[in-house]
Design a protein around this ligand. Structure first.
Ligand SMILES: [Zn+2]
Length: 288
């Protein structure tokens, strides 16, 4: 039985066109294939084989090797700019829900936001479950990592004080044209970590049905900036050049490949104008 938990669609006999498979993009899963099914109704891509979350996150490369370098700062500035559009004050209490190794927490503190905490059940330093409410809760690149994004949204919204803000940004399934040609989408599919990949429309709908007030909706990735090297297309091309091995892409010495492949330099500077994937996001006001 194939059932979509982001709409009511179920079937015992999925369309062959809606089935696909793709390898993982971290060292551990580089040679393992994962089955995907796209719901024909809402276009959510589901990763089918169940995973043990503690096991897959035990050595997740983004949780230990990502650093707050100049490029990360530029993309995170973009994320902060979006929160500022909702009237974020320096004194605001902020929770980065699913914070990974905490680089956004660290970035916000450096920018003068003193009241910031992170939560991530798979990172020792941040695994303390928050119990109080916050002015702002950020769910960036987290909704796609769980089996039930709606339940995660509910859990995050409960941590927002009445009238506070909730930001949700996620991977996009809308740009995947064919389930038979998934190789170029390895970065956004990010198997087996991305469990549910859905559309901008679905993200907006998740907030709408819960009565959240939509303050802003974004299609482009927060990582898309005009700064050299600060765009999604470059990241995508850089990853492809390294065989989509994320562990390798995060090693400082891997940067040398840019000098050997001139097209990478082209995308470093102009990638913003040639996006390879969107990353929908919504800023909501929580009224209850
Ligand atoms: Zn569906």
């Amino acid at each position: 039985m194939y059932s979509c938990n982001l709409c009511a669609y179920t079937t015992d006999t999925p369309n062959a066109d809606d089935l696909g498979s793709i390898k993982g993009n971290t060292e551990k899963y580089l040679n393992r294939s994962f089955s995907l099914w796209r719901c024909p109704e809402c276009k959510t891509i589901h990763s089918l084989e169940p995973v043990d979350f503690a096991e897959i996150y035990a050595d997740y490369p983004l949780n230990h090797t990502r650093t707050l370098d100049v490029y990360a700062r530029r993309t995170l500035s973009n994320l902060l700019k979006r929160l500022n559009q909702g009237g974020l004050k320096k004194s605001a209490s902020i929770l980065d829900y699913g914070c990974g190794n905490g680089i956004f927490v660290e970035f916000l503190k450096q920018q003068g936001y003193a009241n910031v905490v992170g939560f991530d059940p798979y990172v020792e330093q941040f695994k303390q479950q928050p119990s109080q409410q916050f002015d702002v809760v950020v769910l960036n690149d987290v909704l796609e990592h769980v089996e039930d994004p709606g339940a995660l949204l509910d859990a995050a919204a409960r941590l927002v004080r009445k009238g506070g803000l909730l930001y949700g940004g996620t991977a996009d399934s809308g740009g995947v044209a064919s389930m038979k040609q998934l190789a170029k989408h390895m970065l956004r599919l990010h198997q087996p970590f991305h469990r549910k990949i859905f559309t901008q429309q679905k993200l907006r709908e998740l907030g709408h049905v819960r009565g959240y007030t939509e303050l802003a909706s974004y299609r482009r990735s927060y990582m898309d900036t005009l700064y050299p090297f600060g765009n999604y297309r470059f990241l995508d091309e850089f990853s492809a050049a390294l065989g989509y091995n994320m562990d390798l892409a995060l090693k400082p010495e891997s940067a040398a490949i840019v000098g050997k492949k001139p097209y990478l330099l082209f995308y470093a500077f102009f990638g913003y104008f040639f996006p390879s994937a969107d990353e929908p996001a919504v800023l909501w006001k929580i009224n209850s």
